[in-house]
Design a protein around this ligand. Sequence first.
Ligand SMILES: *[C@@H]1O[C@H](CO)[C@@H](O)[C@H](O)[C@H]1NC(C)=O
Ligand SMILES: *[C@@H]1O[C@H](CO)[C@@H](O)[C@H](O)[C@H]1NC(C)=O
Ligand SMILES: *[C@@H]1O[C@H](CO)[C@@H](O)[C@H](O)[C@H]1NC(C)=O
Ligand SMILES: *[C@@H]1O[C@H](CO)[C@@H](O)[C@H](O)[C@H]1NC(C)=O
Ligand SMILES: *[C@@H]1O[C@H](CO)[C@@H](O)[C@H](O)[C@H]1NC(C)=O
Ligand SMILES: *[C@@H]1O[C@H](CO)[C@@H](O)[C@H](O)[C@H]1NC(C)=O
Ligand SMILES: *[C@@H]1O[C@H](CO)[C@@H](O)[C@H](O)[C@H]1NC(C)=O
Ligand SMILES: *[C@@H]1O[C@H](CO)[C@@H](O)[C@H](O)[C@H]1NC(C)=O
Ligand SMILES: *[C@@H]1O[C@H](CO)[C@@H](O)[C@H](O)[C@H]1NC(C)=O
Ligand SMILES: *[C@@H]1O[C@H](CO)[C@@H](O)[C@H](O)[C@H]1NC(C)=O
Ligand SMILES: *[C@@H]1O[C@H](CO)[C@@H](O)[C@H](O)[C@H]1NC(C)=O
Ligand SMILES: *[C@@H]1O[C@H](CO)[C@@H](O)[C@H](O)[C@H]1NC(C)=O
Length: 476
Amino acid sequence: MFPKSLFALVPLVPTVLGAVASPFAPAALTPLSSSTNYTGQSNGTLAKANVVPGKVFDRFIQIWLENTNYEDAASTKTFQSLKEQGIQLSQYHAVTHPSEPNYAAAAGGDFWALADDNYYNIPANVSTVVDLLESKNISWASYQENLPTDGFEGFNFSSTNYLNASAPAYTYYVRKHNPTILYDSVASVPSRLARHRNFNNLAADINASVIPQWVFITPNMVNDGHDTSVDFIASWLDYFLPTLLNNTAFNDNRTLILLTFDENENYAVQNRIFTLLLGGAVPSHLKNTTDDTFYTHFSTLSTVQSNWGLPSLGRQDANATVSNVFSLVANVTGYTNNNLTGSSNASIDAFPLTNLTGVYAGPLNAQKYVPFLAPELSAKGAGNGSVFVAASGVNLNLNLTSAPRPVNLTALNQTVPAAGPRANGTDSGSSGSSSNSSGGSSGGKSSERFLEFGVDGLVEWFVGVGVVAQHIVQIN
Ligand SMILES: *[C@@H]1O[C@H](CO)[C@@H](O)[C@H](O)[C@H]1NC(C)=O
Ligand SMILES: *[C@@H]1O[C@H](CO)[C@@H](O)[C@H](O)[C@H]1NC(C)=O
Ligand SMILES: *[C@@H]1O[C@H](CO)[C@@H](O)[C@H](O)[C@H]1NC(C)=O
Ligand SMILES: *[C@@H]1O[C@H](CO)[C@@H](O)[C@H](O)[C@H]1NC(C)=O
Ligand SMILES: *[C@@H]1O[C@H](CO)[C@@H](O)[C@H](O)[C@H]1NC(C)=O
Ligand SMILES: *[C@@H]1O[C@H](CO)[C@@H](O)[C@H](O)[C@H]1NC(C)=O
Ligand SMILES: *[C@@H]1O[C@H](CO)[C@@H](O)[C@H](O)[C@H]1NC(C)=O
Ligand SMILES: *[C@@H]1O[C@H](CO)[C@@H](O)[C@H](O)[C@H]1NC(C)=O
Ligand SMILES: *[C@@H]1O[C@H](CO)[C@@H](O)[C@H](O)[C@H]1NC(C)=O
Ligand SMILES: *[C@@H]1O[C@H](CO)[C@@H](O)[C@H](O)[C@H]1NC(C)=O
Ligand SMILES: *[C@@H]1O[C@H](CO)[C@@H](O)[C@H](O)[C@H]1NC(C)=O
Ligand SMILES: *[C@@H]1O[C@H](CO)[C@@H](O)[C@H](O)[C@H]1NC(C)=O
């Protein structure tokens, strides 16, 4: 993504965009109707799953919008009115810029030093919230508006422009906003892949009363505001939310709904985003209240862990500084939040900076590359206190303590091993007339993937260093 604030520096661009911008119109008759505008047809509903009771909620639904400054959302009538129906989390922050690392963080508990929106496949030995949920048989799904087929792994997809019939096909779906698909531990397992569904399926699953217990919802590129404005988002919310909030197959008195943004638009200030907790799990005495606790996207993981007594990922989801549990839940489970206080002004803030990008070393930063490390086994998450480690493929000897120093792969003309579609990829998007699923900037070759940690990861790592060492570039 490109911050819209940068576009504002180029006076001509908004004029051009203004000329093609179409006003909001719904993609379907109602949020519970099917529509050809969603591209992929409904493909049957999910099976009805047993409900695993949580301490405060039995269903957690996240709806993520795009790139909007806190003040811009706060000044909008729709958000003001929604605020009266729930709890405002006034100090909820995104974790970095741009978009993709924020989505990656919400699934895997880290953004892996990612500083761009390119095509990545995070290796299969890196666990996600899906492993935690499935460890307790908690059902889940990711509903992506305009996903062309269930489990589509392409970089993006363009389909008929339903807002302007005379305009060319429009890129409504992008992979970078689909958090769980970024991880091979999810995408390489067919039953997990099939849980990436579109809005025809969302309607079908609500109508069949089979909405799972953990749900991620990504509206398309116009409805989430990425290509449009906060007013367009508001129109979409006015269309979409009341019907669903009113439907007990979606929102019952054990449903907690997080309405948030991936990031703000202004990189020069803290990354505070307008965030609400809605849904029947919010007791009436807490409606129209504000919770000033410092939260981040990692709080979505710690809250779910605390609610269902799940292990942590041993990543930032278990870092007490950045993963406070929503008070609604912490008050019941007894989890003690930190008492960091702050404002949007960093000089008087105890909050860590959330607007930094590209400065971190990690497996998805080519200029400061460090391989994926094992989870931190001593971490104490907000759930049952244990750390989830995949049954195989994790080398515990490649960890935070033993991590090699960062290497500048860019200087070696290399990309990170996780870049690009999988070499053996099941990239179902490469066919079809309206498909537009080209990869990101860099293509990963399997021969470049030797630095990933694995059962023999440490050995592989030394072999890898041996190869890289021909041109090794160390960073201090
Ligand atoms: C697709 O969206 C357009 C614009 O809102 C609408 O006129 C049309 O009826 C929609 N199609 C269907 C099948 O809902
Ligand atoms: C329907 O499901 C099958 C099997 O999972 C899959 O191959 C196909 O792509 C799906 N179709 C759509 C439109 O999602
Ligand atoms: C909510 O449901 C009630 C009762 O079924 C109905 O009367 C009302 O019109 C619904 N409101 C919306 C916004 O769907
Ligand atoms: C929650 O909903 C269930 C099922 O509809 C109902 O039996 C129960 O009384 C409700 N609880 C509260 C506190 O409203
Ligand atoms: C991040 O936000 C802080 C606090 O507003 C500001 O002082 C700093 O300059 C910002 N950093 C960047 C890289 O823009
Ligand atoms: C919500 O709170 C605000 C101020 O705290 C108040 O003005 C408003 O009337 C309240 N709304 C409702 C629906 O209670
Ligand atoms: C926890 O988060 C803080 C703030 O971002 C950071 O400074 C610290 O290094 C993190 N701890 C670990 C172990 O990652
Ligand atoms: C949590 O408990 C504190 C202290 O009793 C109280 O002030 C706060 O309102 C509670 N918050 C929620 C969301 O329940
Ligand atoms: C935060 O403050 C509360 C109330 O003063 C206290 O009980 C709690 O232990 C504090 N938490 C931390 C992490 O210091
Ligand atoms: C981290 O790795 C080192 C050596 O690579 C090993 O000695 C140590 O036990 C590992 N730590 C954990 C917690 O596994
Ligand atoms: C990495 O190498 C590239 C290309 O030589 C260079 O432009 C960049 O500044 C280097 N980055 C770091 C962090 O040293
Ligand atoms: C990287 O590629 C550039 C341009 O092809 C070349 O000049 C340079 O020598 C290469 N660097 C390395 C370390 O291979």
